[in-house]
Design a protein around this ligand. Structure first.
Ligand SMILES: Cc1cc2nc3c(=O)[nH]c(=O)nc-3n(C[C@H](O)[C@H](O)[C@H](O)COP(=O)(O)OP(=O)(O)OC[C@H]3O[C@@H](n4cnc5c(N)ncnc54)[C@H](O)[C@@H]3O)c2cc1C
Length: 403
């Protein structure tokens, strides 16, 4: 049999990267246990524009039809002024085409749902638990969970997001790895006919300085909102609702109404916008995937895609390698250049993402209008998202789901 001896893997985090890897490693014959801190799947979330390497990987994992079924098909993203008048727009289809692929907009819980549905029953997902200590003697890695149980594995994976516990336990405190980009972000959903009508069934973003709100129209009168505002404060506010109101209430249009309908803090996502940079993604028999090691940030608009793509590449490289160590090396060699390019593009784009002067706001509008011109569309799309990557497409044949 080619590849690593298929042993037992413990994956910490049943998020996008963790569930993707669970599917891949199960397909390749590993015994998979997933450990998740939350008591169950979370219904709250935000809209994800899913394209790029993760889209290619999802297709190869057999998930494409389900994602398109659960997804929302918006035609365009528009910038609007404080009265809701459109100033510029970009076509989603054109944007994805310029990047050589397709795009589906999907709520994060629905992406997780599609991934969970793809797991056979033999994949064990344990909720309400978290790692407390990790030891690795070179032959086996042991993870002590809250409650005291110790799991032994051939491989431990930290897929537990930007504030990863596995990273802290194995590589050290997060300050050493987090690069704050100077923004805070929030996201929530609510129902309101007036705000829904104002989105005109699509995605609208305020064309504003220092803070912005984006609104996506969902089914019925549901709306998904996300906000970004500049802040150098690396602490999180006690009450995210208050922080969002303070940052965004002057944006005009239907934003005050959306802020009024912002739910209780437990149902609001709020965090710094940060990237994760590490010299190595693995140590011994522990490896990190997804935001835990490679967060590109909200500014790149493709962290989820990179989470699925990276997990896919790791699964395939482990299947092809002669040892865990070799698989981890090959994974990093193949995948790191894609991550680093996306991170660079996102950092370069901070003033484009949320302009600080009215001159830059005007430039952003022009930029979007140019995107309608043949030839320029590709330049605009790659300036925003990085060069299209063939890494996933170029990997050879893979095990199919259900095999
Ligand atoms: C507002 C917003 C908009 C975004 N828009 C896009 C977009 O348009 N396109 C896109 O591709 N990406 C987007 N992203 C980025 C994307 O959501 C993330 O990059 C992606 O979710 C990362 O996946 P992950 O699985 O690595 O981490 P996460 O999604 O953070 O999942 C980590 C999982 O680990 C669990 N966990 C954490 N700690 C522990 C622990 N100690 N023990 C056990 N379990 C634990 C968590 O509960 C969670 O289930 C957006 C992000 C935000 C905030």
């Amino acid at each position: 049999m080619n590849g690593v001896r298929r042993g037992r893997v413990v994956i910490v985090g049943a998020g996008i990267a963790g569930l993707s890897l669970a599917q891949r490693l199960d397909q390749h014959g590993w015994r998979v246990v997933v450990v998740e801190r939350a008591p169950g799947p979370r219904p709250q979330g935000y809209m994800i524009d899913f394209f790029g390497p993760g889209y290619d990987a999802a297709e190869r994992m057999g998930l494409g039809p389900r994602l398109r079924e659960l997804g929302h098909h918006f035609t365009e993203a528009s910038l609007v002024d404080e009265h809701g008048r459109e100033r510029a727009s970009i076509s989603f289809a054109r944007f994805a085409e310029a990047l050589g692929g397709e795009l589906v907009s999907i709520m994060r819980p629905d992406l997780e749902r599609a991934l969970r549905e793809s797991l056979p029953d033999r994949v064990e997902v344990r909720h309400s638990t978290s790692p407390e200590a990790v030891t690795d003697d070179g032959r086996v890695v042991r993870v002590r969970l809250t409650g005291g149980e110790v799991l032994e594995a051939d491989l431990l994976v930290g897929a537990d997001g930007v504030h990863s516990t596995v990273r802290r336990l194995v590589f050290g405190e997060e300050e050493g790895y987090l690069r704050h980009l100077g923004f805070h972000t929030g996201a929530f959903t609510f129902e309101d006919a007036r705000v829904h009508a104002a989105t005109r069934g699509s995605f609208r973003l305020t064309d504003s300085l220092g803070a912005q709100m984006g609104l996506y129209a969902l089914e019925g009168d549901r709306v998904a909102a996300f906000t970004v505002h500049r802040s150098r404060d690396t602490r999180l506010p006690g009450d995210p609702r208050e922080a969002l109101r303070a940052a965004c209430s002057g944006l005009g249009w239907v934003v005050p109404r959306a802020l009024e309908l912002c739910p209780e803090p437990e149902r609001v996502y709020y965090d710094h916008v940060a990237q994760v940079e590490m010299e190595r993604w693995s140590r011994g028999r522990t490896v990190l995937v997804g935001d835990a090691c490679q967060a590109v940030s909200l500014l790149a608009g493709q962290g989820a895609s990179m989470g699925v793509g990276g997990s896919f590449v790791l699964g395939e490289e482990l299947a092809r390698a002669g040892s865990v160590g070799e698989g981890l090396e090959r994974f990093e060699r193949r995948w790191r250049p894609v991550v680093e390019e996306r991170q660079r593009v996102a950092r370069r784009g901070t003033s484009w993402f949320l302009p600080t002067t009215s001159g830059r706001l005007r430039l952003r509008r022009l930029f979007l209008r140019w995107s309608a011109l043949p030839g320029v569309d590709r330049w605009v799309a790659t300036s925003l998202s990085g060069k299209p990557s063939r890494v996933v497409k170029d990997l050879g044949p893979v095990a199919s789901p259900g095999s």
